[in-house]
Design a protein around this ligand. Structure first.
Ligand code: PMP
Length: 440
């Protein structure tokens, strides 16, 4: 019986060759987040909830474009809109009518977005939101919560869990304060620092809720505390926007931030991002006095190809039960994973809101009625790091399932019951393989 690693090597030979080539020319071998132990695999095609790698392995996809593809891979309306636009031109060097339609859809769906401004990525969206907040308040400091990931630019690369502050100047670091994700800690910090422009946060907790916000009043508390201290609240909706509800986390939990950053689903699976929020905060972008105007250039901002993909996606999300379908797939998956753990007598904890599923092997615990984990973050952290996680990812790949980094799954409206059930069976076989090899 081959080991997990032997099976992976055997079925990923073309990927291994490509990676060998990549190591000669691509820094770090491949784009970050794609590198994995023992080597990444290369995918040629995706359709619905399935994708095929260059070695011919068929995989049920739970990365779904790092969360961009809530409609699944290759949704026909999006593919057709993009094809049409590419034939009409990929860049006009002006704006296009699509920018207006795209912004109308976003302001219609995202409750706090009175105005929208487009960027080329989520990282650029948080950068723009922070710049707007600093300009509007005239204050310097950004408060972020420990472990929260809001992109990779200098201001948010500090204590973000997956990005190191490599190359970030101390001067920049001193403009950012990292606070524990807890209302009392925020209150305490804001009481002693009067130079804070904004608080930025992942609304359901660090790393798409891997370390969830456990206090059910956290968002409301952050809203109340920031308002009282004259600090802007930036809700980073890059993953949660148009996923946990049509109106994102702000729509689901009924808490209005001053600004929100968006990306991924908003651009229908193409590169793109946006900032939405209170109209008055955006006013300097339209200031008639050039000396006072906040100029925000960007070659690919609101580019027509991303715009038509975003419009197609948002029109479907607006009119069809997409978030509900993705949620239902995740519920089925969570139940199945829990049953598999029980059946195999493996200690593990499954949690996550809406269409997000997190798994922590080796820790037991409760979730509340929204499937939010009540396990302390340090225990979740210990259970979701190390070789065991990498081996779970590999064991699942061997079984035809591409998990999100061995720590979870994101579902889409394209995941069928049959695919979810096959995922659960794959998980059960993976648990057996992990146990046989002593990883769990
Ligand atoms: N914020 C959050 C919450 C994210 O998850 C991400 C990307 N995973 C970003 C910001 C950055 O977006 P992008 O990768 O498009 O730059």
């Amino acid at each position: 019986m081959p080991t997990i690693l032997e099976r992976f090597y055997e079925t990923h030979q073309k990927s291994a060759e490509l990676y060998a080539g990549g190591q000669e020319v691509v820094a770090g071998g491949a784009a970050q987040s794609r590198v994995m132990y023992p080597h990444p695999f290369y995918v040629g095609r995706g359709d619905g909830a399935v994708k095929w790698d260059v070695d011919g392995n068929e995989l049920i996809d739970y990365l779904i474009g790092f969360g961009s593809l809530i409609l699944g891979n290759n949704r026909p309306e999006i593919t057709e809109a993009v094809e049409r636009q590419v034939r009409n031109g990929t860049h006009m060097g002006t704006t296009t009518p699509h920018e207006v339609r795209w912004a109308e859809l976003i302001t219609g769906l995202m409750p706090s977005a009175e105005r929208v401004r487009f960027t080329a990525s989520g990282t650029e969206a948080t950068l723009l939101a922070i710049r707007l907040a600093r300009g509007y308040t005239g204050k310097t400091r950004l408060v972020k919560f420990r472990e929260h990931y809001d992109g990779w630019h200098d201001y948010v690369a500090i204590e973000a869990g997956i990005t190191a502050p490599y190359g970030v100047p101390n001067e920049t670091r001193s403009t950012v304060a990292v606070v524990e994700p807890d209302p009392d800690a925020l209150e305490k910090y804001l009481s002693q620092d009067s130079d804070v422009a904004a608080v930025i946060m992942e609304p359901t907790g660090a790393h798409w809720g891997q370390f969830p916000v456990q206090n059910p009043h956290f968002l409301e508390s952050v809203r109340e505390i920031t308002q009282r201290h004259g600090v802007l609240m930036i809700m980073d909706e890059v993953i949660m926007g148009f996923r946990v509800s049509r109106g994102g986390a702000q729509g689901k939990y009924g808490v209005m931030p001053d600004l929100c950053s968006m990306a991924k689903i908003v651009a229908g699976g193409l590169p793109g991002g946006a900032v939405g929020g209170r109209a008055d905060i955006f006013e300097p972008m339209g200031d008639p006095d050039p000396a006072k105007r906040f100029v925000h250039p960007g070659t690919f901002n609101a580019n027509p190809v991303s715009a038509v993909a975003g419009i197609a996606a948002l029109e479907i999300i607006e009119s069809e039960p997409i978030t509900e379908m993705a949620d239902a797939a995740a519920d089925r998956l969570k139940n199945g994973l829990r049953n598999a753990l029980t059946k195999q007598e493996v200690t593990g904890h499954v949690h996550g809101v809406s269409s997000i599923v997190h798994i922590a092997l080796g820790v037991e615990g409760e979730t509340n009625d929204q499937d939010i984990s009540q396990v302390p973050h340090d225990q979740l952290m210990a259970a979701t790091s190390g070789r065991k996680i990498e081996m779970l990812k590999l064991a699942m790949l061997n079984e035809g399932v591409d998990m999100f980094g061995g720590i979870g799954f994101m579902t889409s409206a394209a995941h069928t019951d049959d695919q979810v059930d096959r995922t659960v069976e794959a998980f059960e076989r993976s648990l057996v393989a992990l146990r046989d090899e002593g990883y769990i």
